[in-house]
Design a protein around this ligand. Sequence first.
Ligand code: UT7
Length: 335
Amino acid sequence: MIRSIIKSTGRYVPDRHVTNEDLTQYMDTSNEWIVQRTGIEARYWVEEGEDVGASDLAYEASIIALERAGWSPEELDLIVFATMTPDVNVPGSGPFLQNRLGAKNVPALDIRQQCTGFLHGLEICDAYIKSGKAAKILLVGAEFQSRYLELTTENRDTAVIFADGAGAVCLEAVESDAEVGIITSILHADGRHSQALRVGMPARKSGKAISPEVMANKEHFPFMDGKTVFKLAVTRLPVVTEELLSRANIEIEDLDMVIPHQANLRINEAYRERMGIPEEKMYNNIQQYGNTTAATIPIAFDELMEMKKLKSGDTIMFVGLGAGLTWGGVIYRMP
Ligand code: UT7
């Protein structure tokens, strides 16, 4: 049977290391508040004024993953690029990345699924591989959030959370009788909550155009109803976890590692306790990276691979929830 295997990983974050203390010069906040409410201690942001886009962050992570896979970019059958912060509005960042890699004529698909972009990407790649449409795919989650964060007290709830970074994986089709690779995936959306986390501009709807009034209303900055998203996360992540376990016909104890989206350490801790997952079986790195949206899960997975914390036969669950509302998960077994 054809299996979808993650052959290699890579990650990249910009050089600028921003601590909570650094943020206190822009807004009324404190290290204590941020650590207590989110778990975040520091994050990486692109230098102010630097001429880069999400595709440039993605490029750095991708060349590491491609080199580790031993693949040249021309060999790829598909590039899937998950981001909510594309270089420009049109075209997508996929073609920018494709061009920088020199992956001549390789199709490049952008997906706009925010915090669950990587999870959607895994399901899409798995479908391409299992249908025989592709054998070698580069999947990247990359975000350049900092350029559109407002560093003011008014917008401090989003300013202290979001961060820049990229994580990439090379997915390969392999023939194997063993039940390895992507075992199952489940995705959900609930558009009733589409206003809970949004970036309103640029938009075409309602006849809106970028105008001094729209800028004054700060509609180009992210808006987040944090409490609503928080509640939705702690209630829906356990449900989709049960769905995934049942679909894979395994128990929670059979998981060797859970890699959740890194939106808030308190969300992940509440979820872990509710599911009875032991501390050592969940990996969090939001403390050092902040919330890099589509990049959180591949960055965490790359770190675990680098630390050699995952071994052949380990069963892993990737899970997350975010803007849309979208949520879901993937069960993956290490080949
Ligand atoms: O990956 C995308 C998905 N996003 C999420 O999953 C985010 C989920 N939500 C959250 O992480 C949390 O709701 C936040 C961290 C955003 C906010 O934490 P909270 O415990 O829900 O705080 P809150 O919004 O209820 O605000 C409590 C207080 C408020 O002050 P008052 O009204 O009680 O005087 C806020 O103005 O904390 C204030 N506050 C801050 N204080 C210092 C909000 N942000 C900050 C800040 N520093 N950065």
